[in-house]
Design a protein around this ligand. Structure first.
Ligand code: PEP
Length: 256
């Protein structure tokens, strides 16, 4: 982390778990275990139907609500989709785009991820743009080339002012939901590489100001070491964000 230049963000990704009625008790437990002061922004990304309940319950403890996906279209005959306008209208502040599960199960490519990020930015929602390599790509030694391509493609057409609202989440696919965390050196190396890619496009100042998160089996035990890396500005947390005590411990670890 480098708080002098950028925000620390601890974001949970609940995926398709929990229900709206479980949010209030979750937040109460989170509150009981949360550090009194904290130096990070906290976000919980839920299924779209649960966002209003998260906004309501999260207010008191300053936990923002985020979505997990958005349509690239503004409105129209796109059954089942949720637009950026609709997310903004209910008060959504953040939204994940390009999560590897969307890429894998819904065939989302980098151009679509870019269109979704731009749709969110137009409505004032901060996109949490996920990138990351597969195990095969890591073993083939092409991690940085692949991730650099994903970052460049996702940021295509996004200007420096809009970049300020963007958050990048480096999530090696082999570490998501597997219990296999990248070592802090591996995670730092790629996050530093991502910042270098952004520096090449936008220059030193904008690159210095972008928050880059690590995601992939981050938990209460390994968070402190990962968050101590200079280019890791927070975490995108799946499994551990469903456990209020563990999530609070990760928030506390970001206080270091
Ligand atoms: C995620 O879904 O973005 C994620 C990082 O999951 P987990 O923490 O469970 O690996």
């Amino acid at each position: 982390m480098n708080r002098k230049y950028r925000k620390t963000v601890i974001a949970g990704n609940w995926k398709m778990n929990m229900t709206a009625s479980e949010i209030k008790p979750f937040i109460e437990q989170l509150k009981e275990n949360m550090p009194k002061t904290r130096a990070c922004d906290v976000v919980l990304c839920t299924p779209a139907v649960m966002i209003p309940a998260m906004i309501k319950a999260g207010k008191e403890v300053k936990v923002a609500a985020g979505g997990q996906d958005v349509s690239k279209y503004e409105k129209g005959a796109y059954t089942g989709e949720v637009s950026a306008t609709q997310l903004a209208d209910i008060g959504t502040k953040y939204c994940i785009v390009g999560h590897s599960e969307r890429r894998q199960y819904h065939g989302e490519d980098d151009m679509l991820v870019n269109a979704k990020a731009r749709a969110l930015l137009e409505k004032g929602i901060a996109p949490i743009i996920c990138v990351g390599e597969s195990l095969e790509q890591r073993e083939a030694g092409v991690t940085m080339e692949y991730v650099a391509y994903q970052v460049k493609a996702a940021l295509n057409g996004i200007d420096a002012t809009q970049l300020r609202r963007c958050i990048i989440a480096y999530e090696p696919i082999w570490a998501i939901g597997t219990g296999k965390t990248a070592t802090s050196e591996q995670a730092q190396e790629v996050c530093e590489g991502i910042r270098a890619v952004i520096r090449k496009i936008y220059g030193a100042r904008p690159a210095r100001a972008v928050s880059i998160l690590y995601g992939g089996s981050m938990n209460a035990k390994n968070a402190a070491e990962l968050l101590a890396q200079p280019d890791i500005d927070g975490g995108l947390i799946g499994g551990a964000s469903l456990k209020p005590v563990d999530f609070a411990t990760i928030i506390a670890a970001s206080n270091q």
